[in-house]
Design a protein around this ligand. Structure first.
Ligand code: TRP
Length: 451
């Protein structure tokens, strides 16, 4: 993989994107993807959607709308990898591998799960009433999303920071258990866009579907206008000075304006601009900023087959990374082909045989001897003395010829015999078990390798 920064984020496909989603997540992600040092993976988290929503039509509609929103917003799909989570079968597979190492205690602490339990307890229900395994395992699926592509940076909202931390935790555990020194997974970091993460809604609280205070993004100009007219303001009359710093209408304006436009609007508010007129200004600004994208959005929504093609293409790109990586992970945990396994065993043997070595040397009296050392350097055998090097060489050859070894136990050591003659002795071992292990090592070391 490259050493560029991999940025990855997903959006759960349960609703229609609103202005807050756009300003807080989609727009900054599109901008970030244009950095030449960034490798971006953006996806529709439609498996996550199933956890929260059991309405198939809504899921389907939302996937289409969110895909069109990314593209209408200017995402360049040749540059980034843009896909649907559910088109990548490696993700649920990885989820299982991670589930098997994720601590249950870790998941017990997940905010979303805990909140549901607390609510049940409060209302006197069974603590787990209505809680699915999907909700419980949500962070593991998210960890798989992130770890599958070894993301460095994960732009998310504050409520998701804990999940990114859990991904680190789970990934680290997998690395530790199966990596054998190799770090399979990169440790991801949550990236919070401080400036935009808190786009206010109509009532001034965070813009969110669950507060029913959103401004629609691409539906139609009229709907956007209607929503803006419902922005809550204070009761200062036209002509009275407004306080821009305590007005979420101004905050919304600022999120889409150039600094110069924002300054101008600020002085107009200070100068007594009426709220009705102020809402008009906000609408004009948003319509200018988003009108063209809105048109592109509606064109895209009307060509679902084109969107399908784009996403299939994205899935192909994503799987070009995911498939080989998952194969590596399967190997690591022991889900290996039997065919490969035989080869693995054979290579191990070959290595052992290769690694075990004869070291010959000459004694002061001119005779020749050799030692047989195991792979780890342990001495398995010290030969008797031979008159010349040639004889010693012949003995080592014969020992490796594959003929049955004549090994005789001598209390805590053993000797090796060839044609009725003792040719070598082992050192003394601590106990019979150590002696027997050494005999076994000797046999492995002397077994000829069959290719
Ligand atoms: N859980 C995220 C949310 O609701 C969506 C999501 C799923 C995600 N998988 C992810 C975000 C991986 C970042 C990375 O906002």
């Amino acid at each position: 993989m490259t050493n560029r920064t991999r940025i990855l984020t997903g959006i759960t496909t349960t609703g229609t994107p609103h202005l807050g989603n756009y300003a807080g997540a989609i727009r900054p992600a599109i901008l970030a993807s244009r950095d030449s040092n960034a490798d971006s993976f953006y996806f529709l988290a439609d498996y996550h959607a199933l956890i929260k929503c059991d309405d198939p039509l809504r899921i389907q509609r939302s996937r289409l709308e969110i895909a069109a929103t990314w593209l209408a917003g200017g995402l360049d799909v040749d540059r980034v990898t843009f896909y649907r989570q559910s088109d990548i079968p490696e993700i649920p597979e990885l989820t299982w591998l991670l589930t098997c190492v994720a601590a249950k205690g870790l998941l017990n602490r997940a905010h979303a799960y805990k909140a549901s339990v607390d609510k049940n307890v409060e209302t006197g229900e069974d603590p787990d009433a209505g809680i699915t395994m999907g909700l419980y395992s949500y962070p593991v699926l998210m960890a798989a999303d992130i770890l599958m592509f070894n993301a460095h940076k994960v732009p998310v909202g504050r409520d998701q920071i804990q999940h990114v931390e859990m991904a680190r935790d789970i990934g680290q555990r997998f690395n530790h258990l199966f990596g054998q020194g190799k770090e399979f997974f990169t440790m991801p970091e949550a990236l919070i866009e401080e400036s935009v993460a808190t786009l206010p809604g109509l009532d001034g609280r965070k813009m969110s579907k669950s507060y029913d205070n959103t401004i629609p993004l691409f539906s139609s100009a009229k709907e956007m206008k209607d929503a803006i007219s419902r922005i809550v303001t204070d009761s200062r009359a036209p002509g009275e000075a407004k306080d821009p710093d305590n007005s979420h209408l101004f905050t919304l304006f600022q999120a889409f304006a150039t600094p110069a436009q924002a300054d101008e609007f600020r002085s107009e508010l200070l100068g007594g601009l009426g709220w009705g007129e102020a809402k008009n200004r906000l609408f004009q600004l948003l319509d200018n900023e988003l009108g063209e994208s809105r048109e592109r959005y509606h064109q895209l929504i009307e060509r679902p087959a084109d969107l399908e093609d784009i996403l299939q293409h994205g899935a192909k790109k994503a799987r070009a990374v995911a498939t080989p990586f998952l194969n590596e992970l399967r190997e690591a945990v022991g889900l290996r082909s039997f065919v490969n396994q035989v080869q693995v065993a054979a290579t191990t043997k070959k290595k052992a045989a290769k690694a075990a070595r004869f070291v010959s040397f000459r004694e002061d009296d001119g005779s020749f001897r050799f030692r047989l050392l195991a792979a780890d350097g342990e001495q398995l055998l010290l030969s008797r003395n031979f008159a010349d090097g040639k004889t010693a060489g012949q003995v080592t050859k014969q020992l490796q010829s594959g003929q049955p070894l004549d090994v005789r136990n001598e209390d805590l050591s053993f000797s090796v015999w060839l044609e009725g003659e003792c040719v070598g002795d082992s050192p003394a071992f601590a106990d019979a078990a150590a002696r027997d292990a050494a005999i076994e090592a000797l046999r492995v070391a002397l077994t000829p390798v069959q290719d």
